[in-house]
Design a protein around this ligand. Sequence first.
Ligand SMILES: [Zn+2]
Length: 291
Amino acid sequence: MRIFDPHIHMTSRTTADYEAMYAAGVRALTEPAFWLGQPRTSVGSFTDYFDGLLGWERFRAAQFGIRHHCTIALNPKEANDPRCTPVLDVLPHYLAKDGVVAVGEVGYDSMTAEEDAAFARQLELAVEHELPALVHTPHRDKLTGTRRSLDVVAESGLPPDRVVIDHLNEPTVGMVAESGCWMGFSIYPDTKMDEHRMVQLLREYGTDRVLVNSAADWGRSDPLKTHAVATTMRAAGFTDTEIGKVLWDNPVEFYGQSGRLLLDGLAGSGPDAETFAGNSVLRGGRPGGDG
Ligand SMILES: [Zn+2]
């Protein structure tokens, strides 16, 4: 089985995670730009991070046989910090790059006026750059946040089939299904949404326009939750075609709208892997090399 995780923050994960993901069938992923936990204090902190997503992290993933893509944005939380908002002016430079398959994560955290402005501006950038958009929904007051997000998307002029509304649950899925936007679900180890509830939702809403992700990051999370959904779908009687649609075809269709997916000729892993700017994740493991 081949898996495409459409939302995972590999910068926060270990190489052991890459190996376990490969063994579970993960061959491609998208890493959205997000909040690092520690507040950023300048635009330079963002640009180094964006460069890392496009450079080092893509290289590291390839060494473990996984194709890495990213989405670029000012995240909702830091949209409230005036030290961070000037990054909006450098986003066009990044949105033009190969390997950037959407604008994101954008959306709401606390639903402030500052978040409104950054959200609307970044959907404008998605229209200008002909890219899809990944919209994060808030963990607090999710119902209101999701409704407002759909309104902002409708006003943006971005076609709904180019937008995924992510981190959905039972109360919020219906309005997104109706809107024509893609429905994103993040599967967590012990809160919010799990693989069994996900399978129930797939029974109810079908497999069209559904993206399932692990959203694994530096918090409690599990990078193999996409695989857990696949095995739970199988146990519930879904066919291989349906499982493949949710876990591979759908992410390829959604991010494929960027025209920038990198899915041919996956680089192999192992001791022959090259170095990136003189660094190898193998740390001295290269035969004949000096590490
Ligand atoms: Zn995320």
